[in-house]
Design a protein. Structure first.
Length: 120
């Protein structure tokens, strides 16, 4: 991969990281600000459902942050854009669509086929 491509992806990943961290911080603020007591059980149930949904989003953000950090580390180590399965170069369109990916299209398709067959 060309150095300018690596610079592009480093910038993109850093931007994604900053956004994910900001979203996580704002989610935590929302959760701490919403310590309200509800007299109506329906209101409380709705608030609990919203809180659960917010926590699921926060967990997804946390996982994404981990993947972004790992991708940045692969750039530093010279391993970014190389398929972890077959060792071939991952196409630029695939990396642009999913900058944190570790698998080329063919290996990802095989992985998903295996998951569908085995029900994982």
């Amino acid at each position: 991969m060309k150095p300018e491509d690596l610079d592009y992806f480093r910038g993109l990943l850093n931007q994604m990281l900053a956004e994910a961290q900001h979203n996580g911080d704002s989610t935590l603020e929302e959760l701490t600000d919403s310590q309200t007591t509800y007299a109506d059980p329906s209101d409380r149930a709705t608030a609990e459902t919203d809180r659960s949904f917010t926590l699921r989003i926060r967990d997804r953000e946390r996982k994404l942050i981990t993947k972004i950090q790992a991708a940045l580390k692969r750039i530093d180590n010279g391993e970014y854009g190389i398929c972890a399965e077959c060792g071939e170069e991952i196409s630029l369109p695939r990396l642009k669509a999913r900058p944190v990916t570790t698998l080329c299209v063919a290996c990802k398709a095989r992985q998903e086929e295996g998951e569908a067959i085995h029900g994982n």
